[in-house]
Ligand binder design. Structure first.
Ligand code: ADP
Ligand code: MG
Length: 616
């Protein structure tokens, strides 16, 4: 029988696991128990839904045994679905999951983080090689005759041979290495199970020997977990520790969750939900092929963990379970997506999660942790979930010119000046650039607060808000926004420089949509803004990045500051060459300050040099 080669990614992973997780070897047991539990879930589902398997007795258990004397082996056995030779090759020789490369890179970059990510990513089986020189997997798939033995020392190759086995299920035998010896110990193993696997819903039996009454040894076995679906137990019976442990069993996360929401609903529809919000974002939060975090159970039978529609996409950071009493066991994906029962559970779940988040805002520090990790995803909700827009707007946080740290829209509203007409915000670049933008000059001078939105998606999200309660949200880089601030004095000043404006318009021609006198500048000579319904510069960049080829050619509006010395002096100039240069320079500097790109950098430098020369 020829030896099989591991897929290249498996080899890389094995190296990483062995070298970066050596300080936390105990997680191998959690991974193997979780695989056994998955295998039992799969068999349970088959026996309940498939005609062919309905007669098969389902006697779920996980058995752990070891030899205490030599401390050389540890084995984990399950009565689950089992594997045939093809399954073995596919499951224990390759990694099918997308994002493998990125995961390996992330782990190589930060080994400590890797320990938390490993379970999430689902490369659990390979962690056995941290504690074993050789791993054997003896297995037989349900409904098949032949049994198989998979063997490997984790060094590039594995072997599969036929090996008879009486019952279906799987036994993983670890031939322990030096570091693994400590796990051939009843108390050590029991301690680890309590820590990571106490809430596995199938009985875990530990086998050990004791001295007999009349000398010699007696074989014993004891169930070490409660084997109850935790979410079905009454809330009053559950302690904080129980919830935290279950979270870790469920997600393989090593950190405690930020909060959990446990709800049992009875009545026309009956279901239980237990949702968790992690304290750290998973590595694939922004990958489009992210792993969803909510598992669906029907009458305590595990159905799926890959259904992305159980909650809205913007709640993809939520972990947990939904257990329905009403859905049929053999529900298909298509049915699930259109099902009214599911829709009902989903809607109430969203409402409940948003309510809990609203409560969390009262605890500023913890809410900030949440916001830093998941705020960006929640903002997607403002765009996607019109039904809950109001609740979502209470949850979003922004930076502001009035303070450091985060603020909410309602806090801003409370701080508004008496005659202030709108909530103002600035978008379009990094925080430091935004804070020093000329567009804020008048607002600063008049002590009007402006929200500083430096997240790429803010432009689109904020633009879609429209109103918060009774107040309009307005972008300061939109032409009409500054009308709110206009005084009679401004109108007079604008009239005074009208002849200059006409000259600039003529000189700039098609480069701009319009040239106007500004009432929003105090220190700068010029700025650019966009017309009321035109896309902003940032929106255009995003559209370009998304491969949008036929973009409309959107031109900015140039505003000039009627009180700035450059402008007042320029009004007295009649040399057309100088006006041409200066009009371009006024436009180009405004573009640069806004983080835009110059169309003609060489021309800009020439114009600048001519102006510099004159000033000397
Ligand atoms: P994951 O559990 O995230 O899929 P693992 O590396 O832990 O990743 O396991 C790889 C695959 O091997 C599993 O998906 C499963 O198909 C198979 N497998 C592992 N252990 C068992 C087992 N005890 N019984 C049946 N299949 C198993
Ligand atoms: Mg696993």
């Amino acid at each position: 029988m020829p030896k099989h080669q591991f897929q290249a990614e498996v080899n890389q992973l094995l190296t990483l696991i062995i070298h970066s997780l050596y300080s936390n070897t105990e997680i191998f047991l959690r991974e193997l128990i979780s695989n056994a539990s998955d295998a039992l879930d799969k068999l349970k589902y088959l026996t309940l839904t498939q005609e062919d398997f309905k007669g098969v007795p389902f006697a779920p258990r996980i058995d752990i045994s070891f030899d205490t004397k030599d401390r050389t082996t540890l084995s984990i056995s399950d009565t689950g679905i089992g594997m045939n030779d093809k399954d073995l090759e596919e499951n224990l020789g390759t990694i099918a999951r997308s994002g493998t490369k990125e995961f390996i890179q992330a782990m190589a970059a930060d080994a400590r983080k890797g320990a938390g990510l490993i379970g999430q990513f689902g490369v659990g089986f390979y962690s056995s090689f941290m504690v074993a020189d050789t791993v054997e997997v003896l297995t037989r798939r349900i409904g098949e005759e032949k049994g198989w033995k998979w063997t490997s020392d984790g060094k590039g190759e594995y072997d599969i041979v036929e090996a008879p086995r009486d019952t279906s299920g799987t036994t993983v035998i670890l031939h322990l290495n030096e570091a693994g010896r400590e796990y051939a110990d009843r108390w050590r193993v029991e301690e680890i199970i309590r820590k990571y696997s106490n809430h596995i819903a199938f009985p875990i039996h530990l086998h050990y020997t004791e001295k007999g009454e009349h000398g010699g040894t007696v074989e014993k076995d004891a169930q070490v977990n409660s084997a109850l679906a935790l979410w079905r137990r009454p809330k009053a019976d559950l302690k904080e520790e129980d919830y935290k442990e279950f979270y870790k069993t469920l997600t393989h996360d090593t950190d405690d969750p930020l909060l959990w929401i446990h709800l049992s609903v009875e009545g026309a529809l009956a279901y239980t939900t237990l949702f968790y919000i992690p304290s750290r974002a998973p590595f694939d939060l922004y990958r489009y092929d992210y792993q969803p975090g909510v598992k669906l159970y029907i009458k305590r039978v595990f159905i799926t963990e890959s259904e992305k529609e159980l909650l809205p996409v913007y709640m993809r950071f939520v972990r947990g379970i939904i257990d329905s009493e009403d859905l049929p066991l053999n529900v298909s994906r298509e049915i699930l997506q259109k099902n009214r029962i599911m829709e009902n559970i989903r809607t109430s779940s969203v409402r409940k999660i948003l309510q809990e988040l609203a409560l969390l805002t009262k605890d500023k520090e913890r809410y900030e942790t949440f916001w830093n990790e998941f705020g960006r995803v929640l903002k997607e909700g403002v765009l996607q979930d019109f039904e809950h827009k109001e609740q979502l707007l209470e949850l979003v946080r922004y930076k502001s010119t009035a303070m450091t740290g985060w603020t909410s829209l309602s806090e801003y509203r409370d701080r508004m000046q008496k005659d202030q007409k709108a909530i103002y915000y600035i978008t379009g670049g990094r925080e430091s650039g935004l804070r020093s933008s000329p567009l804020l000059e008048t607002y600063k001078a008049r002590g009007i607060e402006v929200l500083v939105m430096d997240d790429e998606i803010d432009d689109i999200v904020a633009g879609s808000i429209g109103k918060f309660m009774d107040v309009d949200l307005k972008a300061v880089n939109r032409s009409a926004t500054a009308d709110d601030l206009k005084t009679e004095e401004d109108t007079g000043r604008a009239a005074a420089i009208d002849p200059l404006i006409q000259k600039l318009k003529k000189s700039l021609g098609g480069l701009v949509k319009d040239v106007r006198a500004s009432n929003r500048l105090s220190d700068s000579p010029s700025c650019i803004v966009v017309d009321e319904h035109d896309p902003t510069m940032q929106m255009q960049q995003i559209m370009k990045m998304m491969g949008n080829k036929d973009l409309p050619d959107v031109k900015p509006i140039l505003e000039i500051n009627p009180t700035h010395p450059i402008v007042t002096k320029l009004a007295a100039v009649s040399d057309e060459a100088v006006i041409d240069d200066m009009s371009r320079l006024l436009l180009e500097q405004a573009l640069l300050v806004e983080g835009g790109e110059l169309v003609d950098p060489a021309g800009f430098v020439k114009r600048l040099n001519r102006a510099l020369e004159k000033s000397l």
